[in-house]
Design a protein around this ligand. Structure first.
Ligand code: IMP
Ligand code: MG
Length: 185
């Protein structure tokens, strides 16, 4: 059988499938149904955090058949590699005026929670009518600050994950499945 892309991409860093593309698809569908129930008449602004959320956002909004707007922000929290620097900065903010709008933040992963907590605070100051968070994955074992996730896809173990938009050193975003980096030892 032909090896899945995940296994052939990089001979030095090995990855293993944690969540298949089929499971991702089913879960995105489930999230879209929940979000539709809550936002159908609200013309919400879905705010993705780049770059990790781009694929999730693209799949999610195709399943939402009501008026909405999309914007993206670019934040920095991670340098290269796997460790959080803990400091978050807004590299590119929102272009959409969001005062009085219903905002839904779309994130790839809530790990320590520092990035999302910072960003939710930043948005709250812009006085939206409502503010909620949709996260594809979360790693509860690493949480440092409390973050309430209104729409959650998957809880993942304390491993470094890649694929479906999520990177390790800018690589592996194109894997269609959510994978883990295999430890050497
Ligand atoms: P937090 O501030 O620690 O919650 O980290 C949030 C950001 O760190 C996410 O948006 C990701 O971009 C990145 N991140 C955290 N854990 C992982 C991981 O396992 N793989 C890839 N990126 C991660
Ligand atoms: Mg991210």
């Amino acid at each position: 059988m032909k090896k899945r892309l995940a296994e052939q991409m990089n001979s030095e860093v090995r990855t293993r499938i944690l969540i298949t593309r089929e499971e991702v698809e089913a879960t995105v569908k489930k999230l879209a149904a929940e979000i539709t129930g809550d936002y159908r008449d609200k013309n919400p602004v879905l705010t993705g955090i780049l770059k990790g959320s781009f694929m999730f956002m693209a799949d999610l909004i195709r399943l939402l058949d009501f008026p909405l707007e999309v914007d993206f922000v670019r934040l920095s929290s991670y340098g290269r590699g796997r460790e959080s620097s803990g400091k978050v900065r807004v590299l590119q903010g929102l272009r959409t005026p969001v005062k009085g709008r219903d905002l839904l933040v779309v994130e790839d992963i809530v790990d320590t929670g520092l990035t999302t907590a910072f960003f939710l605070d930043y948005l709250r100051k812009k006085k939206p009518a409502s503010l909620r968070l949709c996260a594809l994955t979360e790693k509860p074992s690493r949480r440092q600050v409390l973050v309430n996730i209104d729409y959650l896809g998957f809880t993942v173990p304390d491993k470094f994950i890649v694929g479906y938009g999520i990177d390790y050193d800018e690589k592996f975003r194109n894997l269609p499945d959510i994978c883990v980096i295999e430890d050497d030892g």
